[in-house]
Design a protein around this ligand. Structure first.
Ligand SMILES: Cc1cc2nc3c(=O)[nH]c(=O)nc-3n(C[C@H](O)[C@H](O)[C@H](O)COP(=O)(O)OP(=O)(O)OC[C@H]3O[C@@H](n4cnc5c(N)ncnc54)[C@H](O)[C@@H]3O)c2cc1C
Length: 434
C-alpha cells in the first residue's frame, strides 16, 4: 500500500497520531524500531509502552491535567480511551495496568487495515508527509539527523517496582490520602523520626550509577531523583513525596512522621511502584537504602530505578504551532521530542500533529487550537517561548488570564474549565468538522 503519511515511532504520540489518521481513512506507514532494537528504557515490542510510572495523573477537571484529559476526550483520543479501559484504581489519578494498556493499543493498531507496520530503525525522513514521534530516547540514525535541529537534553529517572508479597504488612497499611479512592489503591510504609533521619543520611551517602554530578538545569524538576531531593535538606522528602498528611496509621491511630507510598502497578495487585522514588542509585544501593524503610526491608524488585538522558529539539526555533518544521512543512514532530513533557501531553501533541496533518492532506490550511485550551496553549508555548527552552507539561500558567478578578480558587478553576471546553467545542464545530 502506498501511504499518505509516514509516522516514525509507535510510542504514545505516534500511536495516537496513527490511529487518528487511520480513523479518517488515511493510509499510514508506522515505523517502529522495537522489538528489533530496544531503547534503554523500553522492555517490549508493544506500541505505547509506558516506560516508568503507570499513572497518567489527575482526572479531576479542576486541575490542569484533568482539563487536558477532558479536551482530549472531546477530540476523541484513542489512547485515553484505551487507558480508561485498562485502568486500575488510584484515587483521583488515572492509572493503568501497563501491560493491558499497551496490549490494547497494539491490538487496535494491528487490527487496523489502514496502518502498515514497519519494524526498523529509522533514519532521515524521506520526502513525503511524515510525523516524527521517536520520543526522548530517539535512537540513531534518526537522532543524528535531528541534531541539525539543535537537540538538547535533560536527565530523568524511573522509580523501582516491588512485589506485593515481599512487603511487610506488619508495618505497611492500605489507605489513600484524605480517604480518596477505594482505600486499596495505595500502600503506606511509615517511618519514625529516627528511621527517617537514618534513611535520609544513608540516601545522601549512597553510591550512584552514573559517576557524575548533574547540573541543576539538566534534571527535570518534575522527575527529580529521590537522592537529589534528599540532598536539598533533611526535611525535603518529608515535605515532598514522603509527606504524611491526609493519612492516619490504623495501627496507631496517629499520623506517622514520614510515609513512603506505593501505588498499585497492575490490576492483579501483585506489583507496586514506589511513588516519587525515581533514582540514579546503583541497584545494590537501592536494595540496601530503600531496605531501611521497615516495610521494605525484604522487598523484592521487579524493576530497579534507572536514570536516562532525554532528548528534545529546540522547538521554538524549529517548529511552528502546528508541530511542523519551519523549514519543511511536510515534516511534523510530536511527543516529548517536540518539547512537551509527560505521557498525556505526548498523547495530546500526537493528536494535534495528526489533526493538523489531516487538514493539510485535505488541501486546507491548518488552524491553531484555541489558546484558552491547555492543548492550544502548549502548542503556542513550544513554538514561541525561546529563552532557555525546557520541556513543558500541562499547567494553568500557560493559559491567558480570565480577565476578571476571582478570589475563590475553585470558582476560578471552574471558569477556566468552562472557557476551555467552550473554546474547544467551537473549534471542533467550526474547524475540524468543516
Ligand atoms: C526513563 C523515562 C521515564 C519517564 N517517566 C515518565 C512518567 O513517569 N510519567 C510521565 O508522564 N512521563 C514520563 N516520561 C516522559 C514521557 O512522557 C515519556 O517518555 C513518553 O513515553 C513520551 O512519549 P513519546 O511518544 O514522545 O515517546 P515514546 O513513548 O518513547 O515513543 C517513542 C517510540 O519511538 C521508537 N523509536 C525511537 N527511535 C526510533 C528510531 N530511530 N526508529 C524507529 N523507532 C524509534 C521507540 O521505540 C518508541 O516506541 C519518562 C521518560 C523517560 C525517558
Amino acid at each position: 500500500m502506498s501511504a499518505d503519511i509516514t509516522i516514525i515511532g509507535g510510542g504514545l504520540a505516534g500511536s495516537e497520531a496513527a490511529l487518528t489518521l487511520a480513523s479518517k481513512g488515511y493510509k499510514v506507514r508506522l515505523v517502529e524500531c522495537r522489538p528489533l532494537s530496544l531503547t534503554p528504557a523500553h522492555l517490549t515490542g508493544k506500541y505505547a509502552e509506558l516506560v516508568c510510572s503507570n499513572s497518567l495523573k489527575s482526572v479531576d477537571h479542576l486541575t490542569a491535567h484533568g482539563l487536558l484529559k477532558k479536551e482530549l476526550e472531546l477530540l476523541g483520543s484513542h489512547l485515553l480511551e484505551c487507558a480508561k479501559l485498562t485502568q486500575v484504581s488510584a484515587g483521583s489519578a488515572l492509572a493503568v495496568d501497563r501491560e493491558k494498556f499497551s496490549s490494547l493499543v497494539t491490538q487496535r493498531i494491528e487490527n487496523n487495515d489502514k496502518i502498515e507496520r514497519v519494524n526498523e530503525l529509522a533514519g532521515e525522513p524521506s520526502c513525503g508527509y511524515t510525523i516524527i514521534a521517536t520520543g526522548p530516547l530517539t535512537m540513531p540514525p534518526l537522532s543524528n539527523w535531528l541534531k541539525k535541529l539543535g537537540t538538547m537534553h535533560f536527565y530523568d529517572a524511573e522509580a523501582p517496582i516491588v512485589s506485593f508479597d515481599s512487603i511487610d504488612m506488619e508495618s505497611a497499611y492500605f489507605a489513600s490520602r484524605y480517604g480518596k479512592g477505594d482505600g486499596k489503591d495505595y500502600l503506606n510504609c511509615p517511618l519514625s523520626k529516627d528511621e527517617y533521619i537514618e534513611f535520609v543520611k544513608e540516601l545522601n551517602s549512597a553510591e550512584t550509577a552514573v559517576k557524575r554530578s548533574f547540573e541543576k538545569k539538566e534534571i527535570f524538576e518534575g522527575c527529580m531523583p529521590v537522592e537529589v531531593m534528599a540532598g536539598r535538606g533533611l526535611d525535603s522528602l518529608r515535605f515532598g513525596p514522603l509527606k504524611p498528611v491526609g493519612l492516619t496509621n490504623p495501627k496507631t491511630g496517629k499520623r506517622d512522621y514520614a510515609v513512603v507510598q506505593l501505588r498499585k502497578e497492575n490490576a492483579a495487585g501483585d506489583m507496586y511502584n514506589i511513588v516519587g522514588f525515581q533514582t540514579n542509585l546503583k541497584y545494590n544501593e537501592q536494595k540496601r537504602v530503600f531496605g531501611l524503610i521497615p516495610a521494605l526491608k525484604n522487598a523484592e524488585y521487579y524493576r530497579y530505578g534507572v536514570m536516562h538522558r532525554n532528548t528534545y529539539i529546540d522547538s521554538p526555533s524549529s517548529l511552528d504551532q502546528f508541530f511542523r518544521l519551519k523549514n519543511n512543512e511536510k515534516v511534523f514532530i510530536a511527543g516529548q521530542l517536540s518539547g512537551v513533557e509527560g505521557y498525556v501531553e505526548s498523547i495530546a501533541s500526537g493528536k494535534m500533529a495528526a489533526l493538523h496533518a489531516i487538514r493539510v492532506l485535505e488541501g486546507k490550511a491548518p488552524v491553531p487550537l484555541p489558546l484558552e485550551t491547555i492543548m492550544g496553549a502548549l502548542a503556542r508555548y513550544i513554538s514561541t517561548e525561546s529563552s532557555n527552552f525546557q520541556p513543558m507539561n500541562a499547567n494553568y500558567g500557560l493559559l491567558p488570564p480570565l480577565g476578571e478578578d476571582i478570589r475563590d480558587k475553585s470558582l476560578k478553576k471552574e471558569k477556566i474549565y468552562a472557557r476551555s471546553i467552550n473554546s474547544m467545542t467551537k473549534y471542533m464545530e467550526s474547524i475540524l468538522w468543516n
